[in-house]
Design a protein around this ligand. Structure first.
Ligand SMILES: [Zn+2]
Length: 690
């Protein structure tokens, strides 16, 4: 986090957040950025932007692409730069004092964006350029940027009358209170649950590490003895998978299902209000439903095509799921005399069956995945695919001493950008894994900028006894995030607003998810999966098993996700005011995704943060959508070679480099030679024959 400086020192007029610096590689001068710089820098950036925007609006010259659309982007550039560093550090390295700045930064930045989208003079100019676009001499990229800028204005309410604009602002203001409240309720309700026991028998089956953690948790909560469990994943997951005590598993599943459902932290009223406001906003903007509004900026062109896509997956997975479930029921009956398999039994028995079939667990493979080897494996895979090279730099200012920075160079020596890796847990970083940008690629105020990317993760760290050893799942996370970074690093766009990864929501996970495939290919594993002590390679048998586990219970796992996907569309693809009793409604719409008996007192919606508090409303399908795209794209690599130069060059040129210059469907077709097809995903899962 930026150092705090005594407020008594006079502040220098130079701002390291805004003014040019002589940092090597054009990096962010983290060594000079301090907490006190952010608000003054944002104020100055907004003041300067407003002056520039006023002069764009008042320009006596007739509107052109350059003096209107491009000028608009340039005017807001500095505001964007300050916010990128602020939000990046908020996730990567921040204390409470730093996080608290959001109280000031949030309102300032949202006021600035409505100032832009509600400015009638700016919109008139953009609209004029947009109307002329087809007949003007603009190139394709300029036309695309004009189209998207125009649409942004329209979807932000530029065409509404004053009353409409005012109502839109009220809705935005109300949502900005309700959505964080929804998340807060989920968090508080989750944290309000604690199960403490002194009965050692209840721990039967749990891994040693989970038992130790439970004992620490009990101490931390001031119990003299015993073990404590919470609903947070690190506590919950081992119980569901390993606890022999069926009563313990049941207790946890019931508590999890009741999160924010009734009681002090109830979300039912809030989520209804959120759905109603979404719907009203869509109607105001001329759309029948919230889903239709959201689909304006998606690769999927209609709710019908999403449903058709999901139905195709469902039909292929359903027979397999029936068979898998029958076998599992039979297994549980045979080994434990279970007569009706419940929700709290699935993870436990499927884990046992999986271990019997494959005879290994992920943990036992850690010695083959030392973090440093995984990183250098990743770099050499990217090198073989795209001819790029990563060189560690020691002259780049870092925001924390745990971070390392790499220069990324193209085959011809051209510097493509910087990549910062920040992979191990720290109290001052967020618990999630994500890839962020300090700066995107593209033209800004006449200067072509290279991108600065950073990957934040919380992988298993080294201990005094051994180096950082990862599970294959953690290596997958690393490859996934690296895929996002590559997308941005290989972007070749003129205008930064179009640069990767500024693409549609249901397309953005294609470049990331496709990278995970190389973790499952023996030819790629051969490059880096070596035992950290003996140097011995992962055996062919283990490599094959690792790949085969993709197919384990693929039917059940595929079907269970429909509960969320169908629920999401049910809330947002029609008028939510018609929804009467939430639990009955859920039961009705999640029928095909529910494989186990209902659990009274449970509700899915009240803790479904993705759709009510994050950006996944009418978009939960996009995970699976991107998976289908990625499996289909990767099948070309499988057919022609996972390191085939021609295929890699085509993926780079047609997908990674293109950003949002064209509709994602066009980009995909250029790479694949046809429209996407879900068959590759179904084949990979073993749900249709090879
Ligand atoms: Zn991702």
């Amino acid at each position: 986090m930026p150092r705090s400086r005594s407020p008594l020192l006079p502040s220098t007029p130079h701002s390291p957040l805004l003014d040019p610096t002589d940092t090597p590689h054009g990096a962010i001068p983290f060594d000079r950025i301090e907490l006190q710089h952010f608000i003054p820098a944002l104020d100055r950036a907004i003041t300067e932007a407003n002056e520039l925007l006023d002069s764009v609006a008042a320009n006596p010259e007739p509107p052109t692409f350059e003096n209107s659309v491009q000028a608009l982007g340039d005017a807001s550039d500095k505001v964007g730069r300050v916010l990128a560093v602020y939000f990046g550090l908020m996730g990567a390295e921040s204390n409470d004092e730093f996080k608290a700045l959001i109280q000031t930064i949030g309102p300032k930045s949202s006021e600035f964006s409505s100032r832009v989208s509600f400015d009638p003079d700016l919109f008139r100019r953009v609209d004029a350029v947009h109307k002329e676009a087809a007949s003007s001499s603009m190139n394709a990229e300029q036309r695309r940027l004009t189209e998207l800028t125009h649409r942004d204005f329209v979807l932000s309410g530029a065409l509404l009358d004053d009353a409409g604009k005012a109502r839109l602002q009220e809705i935005a203001a109300e949502l900005s209170q309700l959505q964080p409240k929804f998340s807060q309720n989920v968090l508080n309700s989750t944290n309000a649950f604690l199960y403490h026991t002194n009965d050692e028998d209840e721990l039967a089956g749990l891994p040693e590490a989970a038992i130790e953690a439970a004992a620490h948790r009990a101490k931390a909560r001031e119990y003299d003895s015993g073990w404590a469990f919470t609903l947070q994943d690190p506590s919950l997951t081992p119980i569901l998978q390993y606890a022999e005590s069926r009563a313990l598993r049941e207790k946890m599943v019931r508590a999890k299902g009741a999160i924010a459902f009734g009681g002090e932290y109830d979300n039912t009223r809030i989520l209804r209000r959120i759905a109603t406001l979404f719907h009203e906003r869509a109607n105001l903007l001329g759309f029948a439903t919230h889903a239709e509004l959201e689909l304006e900026e998606r690769m999927a062109d209609s709710v019908d095509s999403i449903r058709a896509f999901l139905d195709r997956i469902y039909e292929s997975a359903e027979p397999a799921s029936v068979k898998e479930l029958d076998d599992l029921i039979e297994y549980a009956r045979r080994v434990d005399g279970i007569d009706e398999l419940q929700r709290w039994d699935y993870a436990y028995y499927s884990r046992r069956v999986k271990e019997e079939i494959y005879d290994f667990n992920e943990d036992s493979l850690r010695p083959y995945f030392k973090a440093e080897s995984a990183i250098s494996g990743l770099f050499s895979i990217a090198g073989r695919l795209y001819g790029i090279e990563f060189r560690q730099l020691d002259d780049v200012p870092l925001y924390h001493s745990d971070v390392s920075a790499y220069g990324v160079f193209d085959e011809n020596g051209e510097e493509l950008g910087l990549l910062y890796l920040d992979l191990f847990p720290r109290e001052t970083k967020s618990g999630a894994a994500f890839t962020g940008r300090w700066r995107g690629q593209g033209l800004r105020n006449g200067e072509m900028q290279t991108p600065l990317l950073f990957i934040v993760a919380n992988l298993t760290p080294a201990t005094p006894e051994r180096p950082a050893l990862l599970t294959p799942g953690e290596v997958g996370i690393l490859f996934h995030e690296f895929g996002h970074a590559l997308h941005a690093l290989l972007s070749k766009c003129t205008y930064s607003a179009l640069a990767s990864p500024n693409v549609y929501w249901d397309f953005v996970e294609l470049p990331s998810q496709i990278m995970e495939n190389w973790v499952r290919e023996p030819e790629a594993l051969d490059l880096f999966a070596k035992h950290y002590e003996t140097g011995e390679s992962l055996s062919d048998e283990l490599a094959r098993k690792l790949k085969d586990t993709m197919k384990f219970h693929a039917g059940i796992r595929t079907i269970r996700r429909f509960a969320q996907e169908d629920l999401d569309l049910a809330w947002f693809a029609s008028d939510p005011r018609g929804i009467d009793e939430i639990v009955l409604f859920e039961k009705e719409v999640t029928r095909r995704g529910s494989l186990f008996p209902d659990v009274p007192g449970s509700c899915l919606s009240t803790s479904f943060e993705h759709i009510f508090a994050a950006n996944y409303s009418a978009g939960y399908y996009s995970y699976r959508w991107a998976e289908a795209l990625e499996a289909d794209a990767f099948s070309r690599f499988q057919d022609e070679g996972i390191f085939n130069q021609e295929v890699a060059a085509s993926f780079r040129d047609n997908i990674l480099a293109q950003g949002n210059k064209k509709e994602p469907m066009v980009l995909f077709e250029r790479f694949r030679g046809r429209k996407p097809d879900a068959d590759a995903l179904l084949r990979r899962l073993g749900l249709i024959a090879d």
